[in-house]
Design a protein around this ligand. Sequence first.
Ligand SMILES: Cc1cc2nc3c(=O)[nH]c(=O)nc-3n(C[C@H](O)[C@H](O)[C@H](O)COP(=O)(O)O)c2cc1C
Length: 376
Amino acid sequence: MPTRRDLLRLAALAGAGATLPACGATGYDDAVAATWRHAAQAPAEPVALLRELVRYATLAASSHNTQPWRFALDAGAITIQADLSRRTPAVDPDDHHLWVSLGCAAENLTLAAAAFGRRAELEFDSRTRLIRLHLTPMDAVRSPLFQAIPQRQCSRADYDSQPLPAAELRALGSTANGPGVRALLLTDRGRIDAVTDFVIQGNSAQMRDAAFVRELKHWIRFGEREALATRDGLFARSSGNPATPRWLGSLLFGLLFTEKGETDRIVGQMRSSAGVIVFVARSERPAHWVEVGRAYQRFALLATSLGIRNAFVNQPVEVPALREQFAQWLGIDERRPDLLVRFGRGPLMPPSLRRPIDTVIGGPRALQAKAWSPNA
Ligand SMILES: Cc1cc2nc3c(=O)[nH]c(=O)nc-3n(C[C@H](O)[C@H](O)[C@H](O)COP(=O)(O)O)c2cc1C
């Protein structure tokens, strides 16, 4: 009986065999370099400036890398609209993660606007659910958070197990608190172990949920060609798995994606982390979920600027019954824990890609698009 390690080695060999001759042709590294970069200079022409701000916004984190956003450009404003065709109803039935993702994009846009001499003030219209960023002139500020935008990533690796200095923890904690958002930083080993149990429970529940697994698989990009074709989704190598053609990746997914294997991986990742942070919004409304996204993105960018990695371990906040128990354990009463993120020093992983900005700039076309359903 081949072991998990044998199968992984086989997949790596087969994946290498499948991609080697075409490596130059697939150009994944070129696409990464073209995606994760700063602007050579501040664009002088107004429309070029707005487009550049959108490009920075798209470098934000998004759940399953769905990039569920569309942008409309005006003379003094950029509007962000949810692209509901990119919902993930199995993992995110109430669109919580979708709104958080839009908040992440809004924060990147705000930081980039400041770097190019524009103050961006966010207005959330609860009726239309549009996020409007009003732009007015200001002195340009290239903050450390802005500088970190092209380096940020969700690093799903083992970290170095070392604690972080108190000054860094204080800075991370205060950056993560925002309007209507509280951040709880846990660094005590016993508390982290207790959180690990919640993550394992949530992960096992999700793995037994056929709709969740189908949806996850739908968003995995097993190989470079596939990732390059869609420029969205979860690239296998970003999660530490070998790149393979889709047929092989799908086959191995069924064999390797086991509760035992995932539990071992989670335990290793959590033990190697310096701490976890929980983001809690004031209320369960999209406007506050957007603020959670902004707070997370600021946290992730500050961490990046300090050479600290982070990755989501959201399982306990994604399974409703477990979320309540997790809230009780945290002592946050009836509030909802929005995001759970681990952090520490560790290696970078191969980056994910983004869709070209021309595909995300435009009107409400996306609202009419047919949504994909995990139950279809
Ligand atoms: C609201 C939200 C929820 C997320 N949940 C998870 C998660 O549970 N597990 C995980 O590994 N990554 C999670 N991610 C990270 C995304 O998968 C990641 O941002 C995306 O793949 C793009 O990669 P990048 O952030 O490295 O650019 C989440 C991101 C957001 C914004």
